[in-house]
Design a binder for this molecule. Structure first.
Ligand code: GDP
Length: 178
């Protein structure tokens, strides 16, 4: 008899251009038609083994920028359906860092009283000379917002596996050993 393996939905948030699609493409895995239809064309499912245990992550890259402050159905759905969130900014773009804080606040508002894992990600660390946000600032922000933090470079494939493994560990921590 096959044991049912846990499957978790992970939603990517962040400004356009920060590297969400690049990160999820490195994670990749299968794209099934029904998943794509269900999630508007950007869902990736992959099994990964972390600390000797297998987990399936369904990663959704469907976040879209706000249009003139208007509430969108898809945006509020994104904030509701995740079992975990990856909030991405670019270390070369301070505005995207400010947006990340704003997203954290929106998420807290949408999911009050829930303890959902959130990972703050500073991407594009390879662009050393264009850096506008220091690693210390990223860490401090994560501490204030009570989430995990990691810096990545999708271009150099640096820390990308670590990011997704970290997501799995954060989800498991909250399962309380179930
Ligand atoms: P999204 O809009 O957040 O999904 O961002 P994309 O993944 O489409 O990336 C936007 C642009 O930034 C593309 O031209 C990517 O090639 C580039 N990019 C993404 N990640 C990195 C990175 O880590 N380093 C560098 N140098 N460029 C990156």
């Amino acid at each position: 008899p096959s044991l049912r393996k846990p499957r978790y939905r992970v939603v990517l948030l962040g400004d356009p251009g920060v590297g969400k699609t690049s990160l999820v493409n490195l994670f990749a895995g299968v794209q099934e038609r029904d998943l794509l239809d269900q999630h508007g064309g950007a869902a990736y499912e992959r099994r990964l083994t972390v600390d000797g245990e297998e987990t399936t992550l369904l990663v959704l890259d469907t976040w879209e920028p706000e249009q003139r402050g208007e509430e969108s159905e898809r945006r509020s759905r994104c904030l509701q359906i995740g079992n975990a969130y990856i909030i991405v900014y670019s270390v070369t773009d301070r505005d995207s860092f400010e947006s990340a804080s704003e997203l954290r606040i929106q998420l807290r508002r949408a999911r009050q009283a829930e303890d959902i894992p959130i990972i703050l990600v500073g991407n594009k660390t390879d662009l050393v000379r264009c850096r506008e946000v220091s690693e210390e600032e990223g860490q401090a922000c994560a501490a204030v917002f009570d989430c995990k933090f990691i810096e990545t470079s999708a271009a150099l494939q640096h820390n990308v596996d670590e990011l997704f493994e970290g997501v799995v560990r954060q989800i498991r921590l909250r399962q309380g050993g179930k």
